[in-house]
Design a protein around this ligand. Structure first.
Ligand SMILES: Cc1cc2nc3c(=O)[nH]c(=O)nc-3n(C[C@H](O)[C@H](O)[C@H](O)COP(=O)(O)OP(=O)(O)OC[C@H]3O[C@@H](n4cnc5c(N)ncnc54)[C@H](O)[C@@H]3O)c2cc1C
Length: 383
């Protein structure tokens, strides 16, 4: 099925493609194509290159550093970045916190933070999950007690992606104990270099350092860093998680990885029936990715307030992550025993990255709302 883009949308797609071709460092493109992760500096540099065009935060208003692009153009841009492949703009800044501030922030917060978020002058991390409070996020216990014009924060976060690369954190804390657990939660912004913050690495199954535990011991946070109303942080959370879920389908990323599978197949040593079975699987996955793409566009066409949009977001998250995992598994079959060599931290000594990526992909059906939770949301949306 073909997409019916307007002439202006097609022109935009070509403009993005040409921009990426002229600005993306070839070494970075190659690195991502080979399945390595970009390093911090590469992410920052590329994010800033995009920001010069207003494309780091394309859906934000121009006055805050965005390009005022519609949702179709935003998705087209995202897909072109996956296609290249190039790093996506830092989601913590532009897809998570920025829109939350636009919706719930004060004028002072908007004026101060939005340009810094758009240009990645400050790297934010997401401090939501705690030991025992992941899917059941409303049970979180990190506390923030008021002391004059400060909050005093105590507690622990876990799985905090890239906290070791981040400058600040948007953090959910409990400011009071109410009958309903969702009440009494607040969102605070604070500097990860504040006294009392400790960041400890968690090494993941692929051998890399993506995640951290973050501990807070009497961390003083100015009351001015509260987002929205005290005790109403759950509103910000629901709003943010809805945005996060739609991002995780990575339709363009699936297409790019399938392209990689086609590229690797001829040198794989797979012949005869084994080769045919892989080719059939590539074709099947390709069809499923295209079907998911149609669901993505159907969701885009719905008003945000339409309850079906939330249902489709769960489909995207559930099916998108399943496809990412199946493609990662297919790449392992293509590479055979080579895939079993896990790469070193900087990726330099890697014979192959597909084994490590396969292992990392296990995480996709957990973060941003685990698959079981999406199924629950789906059944609620259907009946
Ligand atoms: C790669 C990765 C990056 C992450 N990055 C961040 C980050 O930057 N910041 C952050 O705050 N968090 C982050 N997380 C944490 C993530 O949000 C949680 O892991 C997720 O919400 C699941 O919570 P949990 O790990 O506590 O598992 P649990 O909630 O304990 O779930 C364990 C299992 O039980 C199932 N389960 C739980 N409740 C139900 C239910 N009601 N019905 C049916 N099944 C259920 C789950 O689906 C899962 O399979 C990240 C996680 C991963 C894997």
């Amino acid at each position: 099925m073909d997409l019916h883009l307007t002439e202006a949308q097609r022109a935009f797609q070509l403009e993005v493609r040409a921009f990426i071709d002229s600005k993306l460092p070839p070494a970075l493109r190659r690195k991502l194509r080979e399945g390595h992760f970009p390093n911090r500096q590469e992410i920052v540099d590329w994010h800033r290159t995009l920001n010069e065009k207003g494309w780091a935060a394309p859906h934000w208003p121009r006055r805050y550093g965005g390009a005022d692009l519609g949702v179709v153009e935003k998705i087209l841009l995202q897909e072109e970045l996956y296609r290249a492949p190039a790093p996506q703009p830092l989601a913590f800044n532009v897809t998570m916190l920025g829109p939350v501030l636009l919706q719930f922030g004060t004028q002072e917060q908007l004026a101060y933070w939005m340009p810094k978020l758009a240009n990645l002058d400050v790297w934010f991390s997401q401090g939501f999950s705690e030991p025992g409070s992941g899917s059941d996020l409303a049970s979180l216990r990190t506390s923030a007690l008021r002391d004059g014009d400060h909050y005093i924060v105590n507690g622990q976060k876990i799985w905090t992606t890239m906290a070791h690369w981040a400058d600040w954190i948007f953090c959910l804390v409990r400011t009071s104990k109410e009958a309903r657990r969702q009440d009494g939660i607040s969102m605070l912004l604070f500097d990860l270099r504040s006294p009392g913050v400790t960041i400890r690495p968690i090494r993941s199954i692929d051998g890399n350092h993506h995640f951290n535990e973050v501990f807070f011991d009497n961390v003083r946070v100015p009351v001015a860093n509260l987002v929205g109303q005290e005790g109403r942080g759950w509103d910000c959370t629901r709003f943010l998680l809805g945005n996060e879920r739609t991002l995780i389908a990575k339709v363009g990323g699936c297409k790019e990885r399938l392209g990689r599978a086609r590229e690797l197949l001829p040198d794989s040593g797979l012949r005869g029936g084994a080769r045919r079975r892989v080719e059939e699987e590539i074709a099947l996955l390709d069809a499923e990715v295209r079907a998911l793409e149609m669901i993505q566009w159907r969701m885009v066409a719905l008003e945000e307030s339409n309850p079906r949009a939330a249902t489709l977001a769960s489909v995207l998250k559930l099916k998108g992550t399943e496809l990412q995992q199946r493609i990662a598994s297919l790449l392992c079959r293509i590479e055979g025993t080579q895939a079993m060599a896990l790469h070193s931290e900087d990726g330099a000594s890697a014979a192959s990255t597909v084994g490590a990526n396969y292992l990392y992909m296990r995480a996709t059906s957990i973060y941003g709302g685990a698959s079981e939770i999406q199924k629950e949301l789906l059944t609620r949306g259907m009946f």
